[in-house]
Design a binder for this molecule. Sequence first.
Ligand code: NAP
Length: 287
Amino acid sequence: MSATLIKGSEISKKIKEELKVEIANLKENNIIPGLATILVGEDEASKVYVGVKEKTCKELGIYSERINLSAATTETELLAIIERLNKDPKIHGILVQLPLPKNFDETKVLYAIEPGKDVDAFHPVNVGKLMLGAPDYLPCTPHGIQQLLIRSGIETDGAEVVVVGRSNIVGKPIANMLIQRSKKGANATVTICHTGTRDIASHTRRADILIVAAGKPKTITADMVKEGVVVIDVGVNRLETGLAGDVDFETVKEKASAITPVPGGVGPMTIAMLMYNTVQSAKKQAR
Ligand code: NAP
């Protein structure tokens, strides 16, 4: 079998088209969704990510305020900027690009963002609401994964899902979202694997849907999956040969029924869901 490609690049375009309609409706009520992005330091990958977010805002008609700070900025200065943005009615979403330079307390900075403007959904209030099954915002990458499954017609209700990775950004929240009671894009039985898991393959071979967010190329090889599995590869690894995911794509695609490519899979969905959260925040203000 050669797998169907789950093209995040195409599904994200559809989501952005839907958002353009919502943004036009908001503009009729004199509300322009606004996103502030804060970049501290000179991390090259972070510059690229912030650039893509800014470009997507422009494409959709979202007001974008980009704040570039030198690595010499103090935590107090950064917290003061967040405080200003928390109060700014033009801004509906605040995003602090991670990782921050080592001298910053990342937790303290993320907790300073007003939960109503926390469009990354990293604030403990939003993490807690997600776990309780009543989220205001869903974190962007897990939400992107869930949308890929729903919009590709992949049934999660009753499915065996295995997640490889337990980060706060991907592994834990996607597992939490998929165990929720809703039958649409959830109601699955979820196993989470990590470096403490004794025999990872014994779990991954059971998966109807395998979600891999380990940050290491070829974490999953063909012998670790069953025929017909749906594979969502979240990994982004910069190799000399170009970008690669965490899954050995060439061999796993021969056994899978569907698989996301890297690039062009989860990545574009993350950006689309960030825009989605910003628009939802603006809609709340309109109400
Ligand atoms: P992370 O914080 O480094 O977490 C990686 C997780 O994978 C950890 O829980 C780790 O286990 C586990 N792990 C690592 N190697 C493993 C192995 N061989 N077997 C089992 N578990 C293993 O990474 P992250 O932030 O979740 O990101 C994961 C990957 O997704 C990265 O490549 C990142 O760049 C990518 N990513 C992509 C997007 C996107 O939009 N496309 C968004 C976010 C992240 P321990 O906890 O035991 O250490």
